[in-house]
Design a protein around this ligand. Structure first.
Ligand SMILES: Nc1nc2c(c(=O)[nH]1)N[C@H]1C(S)=C(S)[C@@H](COP(=O)(O)O)O[C@H]1N2
Ligand SMILES: [Mo]
Length: 248
């Protein structure tokens, strides 16, 4: 191989350009960081970052196909000891005798359901890979009533024509908003069992949401109230900067 020789002058010049480029990139990076840092916030994150999140959300929600099912597994593939994560809305004591699922049909018109009302509907079971936004996932086994069955059986179809469902814990400390196509997807459950047993208290007894098309943040434990709206319901983690849609 023939070596290409360069003069010392050329070498100094080359070094000079490489080093200048490095300094420029550093300075540019610093200014972008400074700009972002002082930028006004939009729903918990800087405006420019929010634009990125919103663009992502658009792509994912447009690509959402309600007929597409999340991959499921055999019951024997489900983990025996299921991780517990997130205690907001579970810190107050639960008066199980007084518990009812409250469904707000419209302002001033709330329907109340007991666990027996909910369990009287056909039970659906699912094993799927539960994904938390923190980066862990687990194959877990859940049982309950399809949200779509509940809507049909209790004649809530008109309410379900609105764009969102909002779910809130009895103490109102944790709350999520779900776009209606995802809520009505056939794997979404009003869930009362885990591993074939009633839900443990810290996993949402007596009733939680299981919504396999979404990340863990949306699987609200201990449902108190469900309501319907064309506006985005308040959402605990979206208010703290996470993606509202949170699909995967
Ligand atoms: N009420 C309530 N539900 C919640 C949370 C919470 O803090 N409070 N955390 C969410 C998050 S971030 C995850 S990952 C899942 C965890 O469910 P698990 O405890 O059954 O594993 O619950 C979700 N539902
Ligand atoms: Mo999570």
């Amino acid at each position: 191989m023939k070596e290409r020789l360069i003069t010392k002058k050329q070498l100094i010049l080359k070094n000079f350009f490489a080093f200048s480029f490095f300094i420029l990139a550093f300075v540019a990076g610093f200014y972008v960081w400074k700009m972002l840092r002082h930028e006004p916030q939009d729903k918990g994150v800087q405006k420019t970052l929010r634009k990125g999140l919103s663009a992502n959300e658009k792509i994912f929600s447009n690509a959402f196909d309600p007929n597409k099912l999340v991959k499921t597994y055999d019951k024997n593939e489900a983990v025996k000891s299921v991780r517990v994560n997130g205690h907001d809305g579970l810190k107050t004591s639960l008066d199980i005798a007084a518990w009812r699922l409250q469904v707000v049909k419209k302002a001033g018109d709330t329907a109340f359901f007991t666990m027996d009302d909910i369990k009287s509907l056909p039970k659906t079971e699912i094993v799927f890979d539960f994904k938390c936004i923190e980066g862990w996932s687990q194959k877990t086994w859940w049982g309950g009533v399809k949200f779509s069955d509940f809507i049909k059986h209790y004649h809530l179809e008109e309410e379900a024509k609105l764009s969102y469902a909002g779910l809130v814990t009895p103490d109102k400390a944790y709350y999520v908003g779900i776009d209606m196509p995802s809520a009505l997807q056939s794997q979404t459950l009003l869930c009362y069992e885990m591993n074939g047993q009633p839900l443990p208290l810290n996993q949402g007894y007596p009733l939680r949401l299981i919504i396999p098309v979404k990340y863990g943040i949306k699987h609200l434990k201990r449902i108190g109230t469900i309501f319907f709206s064309d506006q985005r319901p308040p959402d605990f983690w979206a208010e703290r900067g996470y993606d509202y849609y949170a699909g995967h």
